[in-house]
Ligand binder design. Structure first.
Ligand code: BG6
Length: 488
């Protein structure tokens, strides 16, 4: 599909996201000839830089070779504007630069703004964009908003209201980069492009679902943000809930943005927010202490840069949720995420019920495991179905055998989430972006947990060693139901 001419204005262009994700995504899109012929990128940030400085910063970030054709093409279309976020004078300067670039490259007034700044300046930027009239143009104007989208229900509602003063909902693209992951989108194809799973995808056949987003890294240099946010805010209302909704949703009537988002919203609405005492029974938090990862000693969370020495911020969270609807009533969804866990793995595991009647001799029956469908989001992306098979020989022994598909077998590199999401925002497809009501409903579930934690006794942290699967309470949470985390 031919993209319309447009200018992409990135606020926060001297920052980490630009360097790590947006610049590499742009160059890869250019290499694949996916960017519009008439196109420009304007970086905006507080740092003083010339156009050339900015171009070289990007060149370094993407390690582009000056002779690379895609880079040569893109480089000529990159500009920079220095300014304060939202202040009148800076926004006027930006307006002039946009105007100049637009008429030179004939961009037809189409503008895509991208807020890649820390959230503290979102408000000023949106107000600045509105007051300088940058949201009005003869072409279309869209805005991409990075996470975190608020830090509780109230702040998310405030941000939505503010955005609506300058943009209509059809022009707002709230990013959750998990939705841009190839394997996350494959969940839709697995469920709705096959007939064999749907009849089993419900309370009659599914015993429970586990969703794990584990990271072996610590907080690195992001302590300032993370110590104020914590694992719950950082990962649950966005990434984990996106995985949950795609697993639990009903088939949408089509793949258009609102049909998909309507169904995802219905899942979130079917989760009853916890009462205060239910939080204690169903949610566990943890913080890592010193430990060992891959044979290396690592320091405790509280010794990480920019983290308060006696911080009570959680770096791990596990919870048990129920989706209260016809399909899922009574099926627990166990979610967990944490930093400094033994390995980096994101997966959704659907454990089916055991067979209803055992035909095999008692010693064999003990070996039978229930079927397990694993959707491995990363790394070693793939799908694995565990089935039971007979051990070859004269006896009647059984063992588990995987039927597996690994993306690596295809030999095609998997695009980064940001490539897909940038392209979708450029072409005006909101399917993989979060709608206002979805974000607010997610916060409606998470906010009572935050509230309970703020109003209960301080936790005794650290409560898990780096390099382990979280605090023992997380094991107890699932073991109480006679089940176990699947950590292989
Ligand atoms: C981000 C969180 O949104 O997602 C980080 O802020 C986390 O704390 C990251 O590390 C995980 O993303 P990915 O793509 O590496 O799984």
């Amino acid at each position: 599909m031919e993209l319309e001419p447009q200018v992409l204005v990135i606020f926060g262009a001297s920052g980490d996201l630009m360097r790590r994700k947006l610049a590499p995504a742009l160059i890869r899109l250019a290499e694949q000839n996916l960017l519009p012929e008439r196109f420009a990128v304007i970086g905006f940030a507080r740092t003083t830089m010339s156009n050339d400085d900015f171009r070289s910063a990007i060149e370094d970030a993407v390690k582009a070779k000056p002779e690379n054709d895609a880079w040569k093409w893109l480089c000529q279309r990159i500009f920079y504007c220095q300014g304060g976020y939202g202040d009148r004078e800076s926004m006027e300067r930006l307006k002039e630069i946009i105007g100049g670039v637009d008429s030179k490259l004939k961009l037809e007034g189409n503008r895509l703004f991208y807020l890649a700044t820390p959230p503290e300046v979102f408000d000023d930027l949106v107000v600045g964009i509105r007051e300088s009239g940058l949201n009005k143009s003869q072409g279309w104007v869209r805005i991409v908003v990075e996470k975190p989208f608020g830090n509780d229900l109230e702040s998310a509602q405030h941000l939505n209201r503010l955005l609506w003063t300058a943009f209509d909902e059809q022009s707002i693209y709230r990013i959750d980069h998990y939705l841009g992951k190839e394997t996350v989108q494959n969940l839709l194809v697995l469920r709705f492009g096959n007939t064999i799973f749907e009849p089993l995808w419900n309370r009659r056949y599914v015993d429970h679902v586990q969703i794990t987003v584990a990271e072996s890294d610590g907080v690195g240099t992001r302590g300032r943000y993370y110590d104020a946010a914590g694992a719950l805010r950082d990962m649950v209302p966005n990434h984990l809930f996106q995985l949950l909704t795609l697993v639990a949703m009903e088939p949408p009537i089509s793949l258009d943005a609102d049909s998909v988002r309507d169904e995802k919203l219905r899942v979130l609405k079917s989760i009853k927010p916890f009462e205060p005492e239910e939080v204690d029974e169903n949610v566990v938090r943890g913080q890592y202490g010193a430990g060992e990862i891959n044979g290396h000693l690592v320091k405790p969370y509280c010794d990480e840069p920019y983290v308060k020495p006696n911080s009570k911020t959680e770096t791990f969270v596990a919870m048990r949720l129920f989706v209260r609807n016809w399909r899922w009533e009574g099926v627990p969804f166990y979610l967990r995420t944490g930093k400094r866990l033994p390995k980096r793995v994101t997966e959704v595991q659907i454990q089916f019920r055991p067979v209803p009647h055992l035909l095999f001799p008692p010693e064999t029956a003990g070996q039978l495991k229930p079927n397990l469908l694993t959707l491995r989001i990363q790394p070693d992306e793939g799908i694995i179905l565990r089935i039971e098979t007979k051990v070859v020989g004269m006896g009647m022994q059984v063992r588990s055998t995987p039927l597996d598909f690994h993306y690596a077998q295809l030999g095609t590199p998997i695009p980064d989430a940001y490539e897909r999401l940038l392209l979708d925002a450029m072409r005006g497809d909101q399917t993989l972006f979060m709608r206002a009501d979805e974000v607010e409903t997610a916060w409606r579930i998470v906010t009572p947990i935050l509230f309970r934690w703020q109003n209960s006794l301080e936790p005794k942290f650290p409560n898990y060693r780096a390099g382990t699967w979280g605090p023992k309470e997380a094991d107890e949470l699932i073991e109480r139901d006679g089940r176990q985390w699947l950590n292989d």
